[in-house]
Design a protein. Structure first.
Length: 118
């Protein structure tokens, strides 16, 4: 499994789907605030003048030589909710990201947000 502590080493490496089709480049990892486990990656996609960051789940992600492979299809990932390359994820947008992939969403026990960037 991809370890969040290794983000500096993996940043800018390719993120590919199960068929090894390139989705984009790894930008950051978001962890679950309750467990500190890596949950989503932000992946840089788009043309050089119109880049954005899409969110891709890290469930069962694996690393290969120079890439991070995720289970999600390239097209689904590229159509995922996104933020600007210098943007931040608003707490109210978290449920949309989970929903896009058919994943259950719930806030933390005290109502706190679910994702934090590492």
């Amino acid at each position: 499994m991809f370890e969040a502590d290794d983000i500096r080493e993996w940043r800018d490496h390719d993120v590919v789907d199960a068929d090894k089709k390139k989705i984009g480049s790894l930008e950051a990892v978001y962890v679950d605030t309750a467990t500190d486990a890596p949950v989503f990656a932000t992946v840089t996609v788009g043309m050089p003048t119109r880049r954005r960051l899409v969110f891709v789940p890290l469930t069962d992600a694996t690393v290969g030589p120079g890439y991070l492979k995720v289970l999600w299809d390239k097209k689904l990932a590229r159509n995922a909710p996104s933020i600007d390359v210098d943007g931040e994820l608003p707490a109210e947008d978290e449920p949309q990201i989970f929903s896009h992939y058919g994943l259950a969403y719930s806030t933390g026990a005290a109502g706190e947000r679910r994702l934090a960037r590492r």
